[in-house]
Ligand binder design. Structure first.
Ligand code: SF4
Ligand code: SF4
Length: 348
């Protein structure tokens, strides 16, 4: 059983309230960890939000944590990795420009996998899908990261929280590719409107749009960008070839995510703080405005990434949105990443 600390969302306090809740939770985690020492330059793992997304966590949410760390005489920086697919977060240069546009200007930013995803460390795991995981160098080398996650849905993972932040968020490009490889999408021609939006996101030139639109699976790396961006739901991750892929493709992807999270977490002293506000069905990687699907819940924190995800998942279900992807939690528990059993401690 792991402790998960929780501070409910206070509508009257808004963003400032979230910021203060995060500080209180960080202090609590430091006390509970038995090692309150922060590194000289603390990485704050965040997500800057894709261009066009409106529901990612805004930089002001982290102000309290930055103030707290600086008051300890320590420095801190935002840490992120670039994505596998095209768009505004593909390279360090573009990613930094987007982060700046989204207001992440208060502290330095480190794109942990280098200019184009070339800086990685191979971390041995010896699990079912991976013998080793390709983790972004600057994050792999950090002993203590404050992992700041936004709880919300995700097309392939079901939901995204601390586990997804640790896996896809910590992985170098090669690692992201390895996690996606089992799922290669197809275009449903009867739904395709030939808008060609997907072409703008496919870095592999794998898509042909025409009388018969299709994806060349020899070129496709399974990054899922076309699936995420298609406004007409014409890109399917379900295989026409058989029920097996339909039933197990998502599950394999989720298991791979969890194995990467294991690589990022094992032997480290990371601190997990997750915001269950602005909860949408889709991910912050999606370049479009989205409606929230439950009310703002609050901020959760734990030393156990599985427990904090389980608590968020349960809270969202209680609020009316039962996300898919609970296999993430079961598999994470099975391989020893953490436990689904948690003791929820409310701090008021
Ligand atoms: S984005 Fe969707 S609808 Fe538009 S061309 Fe691509 S598959 Fe077809
Ligand atoms: S076709 Fe394949 S490589 Fe291209 S965007 Fe879609 S999933 Fe990614």
């Amino acid at each position: 059983m792991s402790d998960v600390f929780f501070i409910p969302f206070d509508p009257a306090a808004g963003t400032a309230g979230l910021s203060q809740a995060a500080v209180r939770l960080l202090r609590t985690l430091l006390e509970r960890s038995g090692d309150a020492l922060l590194p000289a330059d603390v990485p704050l793992k965040v997500h800057f939000g894709e261009k066009g997304n409106r529901t990612f966590l805004k930089p002001e949410v982290y102000d309290g944590i930055i103030d707290f760390i600086q008051a300890q005489g320590r420095a801190c920086h935002f840490a992120e990795t670039s994505v596998l697919y095209g768009g505004e977060r593909f390279s360090r240069e573009k990613h930094l420009a987007l982060a700046k546009k989204h207001g992440f200007t208060r502290i330095p930013i480190v794109i942990a996998d280098g200019a184009r995803g070339e800086e990685s460390v191979s971390v041995p795991v010896n699990l079912k899908h991976f013998k080793s995981a390709s983790i972004a160098k600057a994050l792999a080398e950090a002993d203590r990261v404050v992992v700041l996650s936004h709880f919300k849905g995700h097309g392939l993972a079901g939901f995204g929280g601390a586990i997804k932040q640790l896996s896809m968020g910590f992985a170098a490009k090669g690692g992201k590719m390895a996690m996606h490889l089992n799922v290669k999408p197809r275009i449903r021609n009867w739904k395709c409107k030939r808008c060609k939006l997907c072409l703008t996101r496919c870095n592999e030139s794998a898509i042909t749009i025409g009388d018969r639109s299709f994806i060349d699976h020899d070129k496709c790396i399974g990054c899922g960008a076309c699936f995420s961006i298609c406004p007409h739901h014409a890109v399917s991750i379900l295989s026409f070839a058989g029920l097996k892929h339909a039933l197990f493709g998502g599950r394999l992807f989720r298991e791979k995510l969890v194995e990467y999270a294991y690589a990022s977490h094992r032997g480290k002293h990371h601190l997990y703080i997750t915001f269950a506000v602005n909860v949408t069905r889709g991910c912050d990687c999606e370049p479009r405005p989205m409606m929230t699907c439950v009310h703002d819940i609050g901020v959760f924190a734990s030393l156990d990434p599985v427990a904090v995800d389980a608590a968020c998942w349960d809270a969202a279900a209680k609020a009316g949105k039962k996300f898919k992807g609970a296999e993430q939690l079961a598999y994470a528990e099975k391989i020893g990443l953490g436990t689904r059993k948690y003791n929820l401690i409310r701090l008021d």
